[in-house]
Design a protein around this ligand. Structure first.
Ligand SMILES: O=C(O)CCC(=O)C(=O)O
Length: 333
């Protein structure tokens, strides 16, 4: 009896030869690029060595525990918690989902994590060789998290290719039992915004119920993705997806890193949540290159980021005068 494999589970298994060379073969690069383009995602199985995943996960668990304590200390009054005095990570929590931005030190700064050599050929073919990294974060789904609304993570595209790629790295078994990411496979370059807005389907915003979108996507096939520790998922942030609940007591976690084309500014996330001047200087040159636009005053992204930071800072301040509030709204566009 033959066992049929779901084609949506078919991905790239890195061969011994590719592992020795440290890069994907031309055939696998082409397959990866096409799957990302047409299906919206591709998984590179075993892209991160086991010893590194073990170290990442151990460090992550400490950071998570620390942050849960910080959240409790705040009496859950705030959902956004900035850098602590002891070099704590920036994070926020919504409905038992944590987005934590680790500092790029130790294993988190490894080029195998931030500039993975197997993902490189797929990313540079999709985004151009001069793509940049906007943020390094993690998605943790703890017990109590609810099913998110289906959403996309990026504006609609006018052009026929993705403007960015999200990379998720599983730090543990992210299975069907502990809150898998559900995706609606498909090339997002085919989706057009006008119908969504005209029919009030609200393509963005995962944390508020979206019955119209739920009704629509219930007519489309979806897939809950399963990742083994060290698997690396590359996905188009325009592909519909959502987080699902974790029924277990152990929070499910994976890293989430955002890469973008050099001519596109992605508002979400901030590289300075993970790096500062000092950390930047210590980074491997291949990783440093990904953040260089934010340290170069001649680069437009340097100023764009400073402007967003200033607006974010001002928005958080209470008791602003009315003219200042209007000014901020105008600046934010
Ligand atoms: O954690 C996940 O599985 C997905 C989370 C997600 O899509 C989000 O928070 O935007």
């Amino acid at each position: 009896m033959s066992i049929r494999t779901d084609p949506l589970d078919l991905n790239i298994i890195i061969s011994d030869r590719e592992r020795r060379n440290g890069t994907l073969s031309i055939e696998n690069t082409q397959l990866g690029v096409m799957l990302l383009h047409a299906r919206g995602y591709v998984v590179l199985q075993g892209a991160i060595p086991e010893s590194l995943v073990t170290e990442l996960y151990a460090r992550f668990k400490t950071m998570y525990k620390d942050n849960v304590q910080r959240l409790h200390a705040e009496g859950h009054r705030t959902r956004f918690i900035g850098e602590g005095e002891n070099g704590h990570s920036v994070f926020w929590e919504k409905n038992s989902r944590f987005r934590i931005f680790p500092k790029l030190r130790g294993p988190f700064a490894s080029p195998q994590v931030v500039r993975n050599s197997f993902a490189e050929s797929i990313l540079s073919e999709t985004l151009g060789t001069d793509y940049y990294c906007k943020f390094v974060s993690s998605d943790t789904c703890a017990k109590g998290a609810i099913t998110q609304a289906p959403h996309r993570d990026v504006d609609f595209y006018d052009e026929d290719t993705a403007r960015g790629c999200y990379v998720n790295i599983a730090l543990m078994h992210c299975g069907l039992h502990n809150g898998p990411t559900e995706v609606w496979p498909g090339g997002s370059h085919l989706w057009r915004s006008d119908k969504f807005f005209k029919f009030n389907l609200r393509p963005f915003g995962e944390d508020t119920a979206n019955p119209a979108m739920e009704a629509f996507v219930s007519h489309l096939p979806s897939k809950k993705l399963e990742l083994q520790p060290g698997d690396l998922l590359i996905r188009d942030p325009g592909m519909w997806h959502r987080g699902t609940p974790n029924q277990t007591d152990e929070p499910r976690t994976m890293m989430t890193i955002g890469y973008f084309r050099k001519d596109y500014y992605y508002e979400y996330g901030d590289p300075f949540f993970s790096i500062d001047e000092e950390i930047y200087k210590d980074l491997d040159p291949s990783v440093q290159e990904l953040f260089a636009p934010f340290f170069n005053m001649d680069d437009w992204r340097y100023w764009k980021l400073r402007k967003s930071q200033a607006i974010r800072y001002l928005k958080r301040r209470q008791n602003l005068s009315a003219p200042l509030r209007i000014g901020i709204r105008w600046l934010a566009g």
